[in-house]
Ligand binder design. Sequence first.
Ligand code: SF4
Length: 407
Amino acid sequence: MQIGTVSERRATRQIHVGAVPVGGGAPVSVQSMTITKTADVEGTLQQIYALAAAGCDIVRCTCNEQEAAEGLAQIVPRSPVPIIADIHHQYRMALAAMEAGVHGLRLNPGNIRKPEHIKAVASEAKDRGVPIRIGVNGGSLDPALYDKHGGVTPAAMVESAQQELAYFDEVGFDMVKISVKASSVPLMVAAYRQLSEVTDHPLHLGVTEAGPPPAGLLKATAGIATLLLEGIGDTIRYSLTADPVEEARAGRQLLESLGLRERKNVDLIACPSCGRAEIDVIDVAKRAMDAFGERELPLQVAVMGCVVNGPGEAREADLGIAAGNKRGHLFVRGRNIAVVPEAEMVDSLVEWAEFISEHGVDAAIAKADTAKAEREAAKDRNLLLAEQGADANHAAEKIVEIRKTVR
Ligand code: SF4
């Protein structure tokens, strides 16, 4: 693997969930799940729209009772993204959801265990061309497999998926994707690795019951990113105890950060601040994040604490701002383009981001009076250097102390 890239993706066969291709080299898709009652059609649709706006490609809704299935019949035709029905205990709910027109099903093999029920659902899915996810969950593993393997192990989870696949095979159904989720990151990583060795069905990745952010985000990212970097995984879901929009956003941002999805929103980078900082970097970065919000500006934007090092340290960013002498110095790919009063830093950043997004980096540099901006930046830089000296972080003093300590 080349440094900085994802391993070659494992070859999987392709299925389609509605219009969204999954596996077979398709872009990794983001999924999430509504937390409304599915019978509440308007409330569920509002959440589906919010999820789609946050970058969610496929949405799952529970189908646990007749009213939910009836709700799906109204939701599916109005949804902007494909809808998957989540089925746990009652196989009849799977049949009802297909009747409602869903684009996919999720079956938990630990909860629907009668072979005739599984095969009835698979046969119907085959006739209707509806794909099914075999959603093995460490927490609800079939007790027989639990006993056979001495607990919830990667092998037990993989065997559960294979058993279900065998039932599907019997009726000639193969539009399948598989997940082997667990709340333990090492367990789910090991289970997916084993699974990817024995099947070419597309894999749906997730750490189940990851919990509330930030710990839940970290757990889910640790598991999902580890596998994606190994080329394993075709679709992902963050399972957070939070507004599902956060799940969709996290999924999209993870894929963007791994270079697996084209950037949609601003990637805000900021220096950690140090003795040179001329502004409260944390506050300005937060205000900038709030100002950019969900705007579709696929740029990297930097917030840097000082004009001495900021433009140079963030020269790869499309746009950035660095503070100095109560002014904000805007720069594009390291070139100073404008100086604004400190109070206008965030607004100017947004204005220039919009301009660059529409016209490009070169047009921004051409439009700016770069000679003047560079002169002003040099002035403030020199002023700061004169005030703070070349070693604002007192590193030289610390080095002297270190040398005394280790001597
Ligand atoms: S030198 Fe300037 S840009 Fe770099 S961390 Fe310190 S304040 Fe931020």
